[in-house]
Ligand binder design. Structure first.
Ligand SMILES: Nc1nc2c(ncn2[C@@H]2O[C@H](COP(=O)(O)OP(=O)(O)OP(=O)(O)O)[C@@H](O)[C@H]2O)c(=O)[nH]1
Ligand SMILES: [Mg+2]
Ligand SMILES: [Zn+2]
Length: 353
């Protein structure tokens, strides 16, 4: 079963097969926005409000971008009921803000992830690396969009710096003053394909959505004069379809992006470091002080920026911490390792009484 109205929102035979298998008889819909316990879904009959009668029945809470199986309410004025979440093809996740030990799905079923950063201040390479790791880990294709090139003090240098840390990632440089830069970005959009925009507040995400849509679909707000920080203008995650059929998912600016456990995300973000690491003397080299460390040699020979190595190690440590938190086996291994390390120290001739 395919549905022409929903094809435009990315529906295809793969989704149809899941629906048929998991919830035969239910209708498909895509979540276009979520505010706490209220959803708006795009159904074959157009947008409808929806609710989740039982979170356990749906297995997971649907977020913007999700495909769901649902049924209409008892009367046309009632919200639809979401019965089930269809398995995600990709999910942009981060550790939930604060101390809570949980994760937050920022967007689901995203094909391309635009990491947006403004050029009104020098580029923050360490932040871009963090976003890239999250992007790769999500199962999407991350890309970097540098906005406000009109406000850059040293444009060429800034772009070169970003290019130097973005391996295998498309890099776009845009400005509202440069229509050609926006035309290029617009031409890259594909009907029915979903692009999510992620980045700090004030980066220009909503402005970009409006420019690409050629209409004011998203609210935008000025940044603070001093530090150029945004004022958190966008408050919800919303999926909009623009005139050329592309689907854009705008998100609120983020203060922090905590990574979860990283697998391929780390290696895809730092392929240069992993390449050197393959030549380290020890297979489990931590690239901190080991003899024969090829990564440290690259730093000493100025082939690798030490700040980039520190960024890699920081993300690696955060990822390991997350893994121990969610995986008891990893935690047990860590404890065992440290016990051995403690014993080694205790019995070392230097420490014996
Ligand atoms: N000079 C200049 N200003 C821009 C450009 N793009 C966006 N801005 C301005 O930057 C400010 C912030 O833009 P928004 O689009 O609201 O930023 P946002 O990333 O959506 O911010 P949040 O919704 O808070 O996350 C607005 O005043 C925009 O007009 C640009 O290319 N050049
Ligand atoms: Mg915004
Ligand atoms: Zn090493």
């Amino acid at each position: 079963m395919t549905d022409v109205a929903l094809d435009a929102w990315g529906w295809d035979e793969g989704w149809a097969a899941h629906l048929e298998q998991l919830t035969p008889g239910a209708q498909p819909a895509r979540v276009t926005s979520q505010q706490r316990a209220r959803w708006v879904i795009q159904t074959a009959d157009g947008p409808q409000p929806a609710r989740l009668p039982s979170a356990s029945a749906a297995r997971l809470t649907p977020v913007t971008g999700d495909w769901v199986a649902c049924v209409p309410g008892p009367s046309p004025s009632d919200p639809w009921s979401i019965l089930r979440l269809l398995p995600r093809r990709s999910a942009v996740r981060r550790g939930a803000a604060g101390d809570t030990a949980s994760e937050q799905v920022l967007a689901a079923n995203v094909d391309r992830l635009w990491i947006v950063q403004a050029l009104d201040t020098p580029p923050n390479l360490r932040s871009l690396e963090r976003y890239l790791a999250v992007g790769w880990e999500s199962g999407t294709t991350p890309e970097i969009v540098l906005t406000k090139s009109d406000l850059a003090e040293a444009l060429d240098e800034a772009v070169a710096q970003v290019r130097g840390i973005s391996y295998g990632v498309a890099l776009w440089v845009t400005s509202v003053d440069d229509p050609a830069s926006l035309d290029l970005l617009r031409a890259s959009l594909v009907a029915g394909s979903t692009v999510a925009l992620l980045g700090p507040s004030g980066a220009g995400k909503s402005t970009l959505v409006n420019q690409l849509a050629q209409s004011d679909v998203a609210r935008t707000g000025a940044v603070r004069a001093g530090d150029k920080k945004g004022r958190h203008t966008t408050t919800g995650r919303e999926l909009v379809q623009i005139h050329n059929g592309a689907l854009l998912l705008d998100t609120p600016g983020m203060r922090e992006l905590r990574v979860l456990s990283l697998d391929e995300g780390l290696g895809l973000t730092f392929p240069d470091i992993e390449q050197w690491a393959a030549h380290c003397h020890f297979g489990d080299c931590s690239h901190t002080s080991e003899p024969g460390c090829a990564v440290l040699r690259a730093v000493s020979e100025n082939e690798l920026d030490e700040a980039r190595l520190l960024s890699y190690r920081k993300l690696q440590a955060e990822s390991a911490f997350e893994r121990r938190r969610v995986d008891p086996l990893a935690r047990a291994e860590y404890v065992a390792l440290h016990k051995t390390a403690m014993k080694t120290v205790k019995f070392h001739p230097k420490y014996r009484g």
